[in-house]
Ligand binder design. Structure first.
Ligand code: URA
Length: 212
C-alpha cells in the first residue's frame, strides 16, 4: 500500500539525505527540503497503490530553506492556491506529493542570492529524486519549469526510472507565472488549464481504484 511505502520513504530520505553534504549547498542549507505529501491521511485512500500526482519543482528558495518544506514562499502560494481552487471548482480531492530537483537552496555561500542548481548538484541529488519517483510510482508527474523537465528526462534516460511509467505534464514554473502577471493573468490561465488536465487524470485513477 502507498501509505506504508510513503512512511518508509520519508524515514529513508531523512536518514540518507536529511543532512547530506555532497555539495557545498548542503553545508550552507538551514534545512534540507525533501518531499511533502498533501491529503494522504484521508481514510478513504486506504486502497491506493500509486501516488496520483507528483509535482517536481526546481529547488528550495529562501522560505523553503528556513521552513524545510517545498513551495511555501510566494511561488508556492500561487501553486497551492491554484491546486486548491481547481480541486474546489472541479469537486476533486486528489492527494499529491511535492518535491524539487535538489534538496538544498542553490547559492554561492551563506546569505547569497538564489541561483539555478548546477549540473553537479542535480547529478548528486538525482538518486533522491529517483527514489521518490520509484517509491511513489506516480500516475501523473508535473514538471514545474524546464529544470525539472530536464532532471526528469535525465533520470529516465541515464539513471533508470525503467519500469515506472507515468503521464508527464510540463508546466511553467509558478515563479514565471508570478513574473508574467500572477493569478488571473493569461499565463496563469494556461497554467490552470494544464494543471486541471493533470488533476483530472489523477482523479480518473482514484475513481478506477474505488470502483474496482
Ligand atoms: N521554487 C521551487 O522550484 N521549489 C520550491 O520549493 C520553491 C520555489
Amino acid at each position: 500500500m502507498l501509505r506504508e511505502r510513503v512512511e518508509e520513504l520519508d524515514t529513508r530520505l531523512k536518514k540518507n539525505w536529511g543532512a547530506c553534504q555532497l555539495c557545498p549547498i548542503g553545508f550552507y542549507a538551514t534545512k534540507h527540503v525533501l518531499v511533502e505529501h498533501v491529503g494522504f491521511d484521508d481514510p478513504y485512500l486506504q486502497k491506493i497503490e500509486r501516488c496520483p500526482l507528483l509535482f517536481v519543482g526546481e529547488a528550495p528558495g529562501e522560505s523553503e530553506d528556513v521552513i524545510g518544506r517545498p513551495f511555501v514562499g510566494k511561488s508556492g502560494k500561487l501553486l497551492r492556491d491554484s491546486i486548491d481552487l481547481l480541486q474546489e471548482t472541479l469537486s476533486l480531492k486528489v492527494p499529491y506529493s511535492i518535491t524539487n530537483v535538489v534538496a538544498c537552496r542553490p547559492c554561492n555561500g551563506p546569505n547569497t542570492a538564489n541561483r539555478q542548481p548546477d549540473k553537479k548538484e542535480m547529478a548528486n541529488c538525482a538518486p533522491r529524486l529517483i527514489d521518490i519517483v520509484r517509491t511513489l510510482d506516480p500516475v501523473c508527474v508535473v514538471a514545474l519549469g524546464h529544470v525539472a523537465k530536464l532532471a526528469l528526462e535525465k533520470a529516465n534516460c541515464h539513471y533508470g526510472l525503467h519500469g515506472v511509467e507515468f503521464d508527464e505534464f510540463y508546466l511553467n514554473h509558478p515563479a514565471y507565472v508570478l513574473r508574467s502577471g500572477g493569478f488571473g493573468s493569461e499565463t496563469h490561465k494556461v497554467f490552470m488549464q494544464e494543471l486541471s488536465e493533470a488533476l483530472k487524470l489523477a482523479e480518473e485513477y482514484l475513481e478506477n481504484v474505488h470502483s474496482s
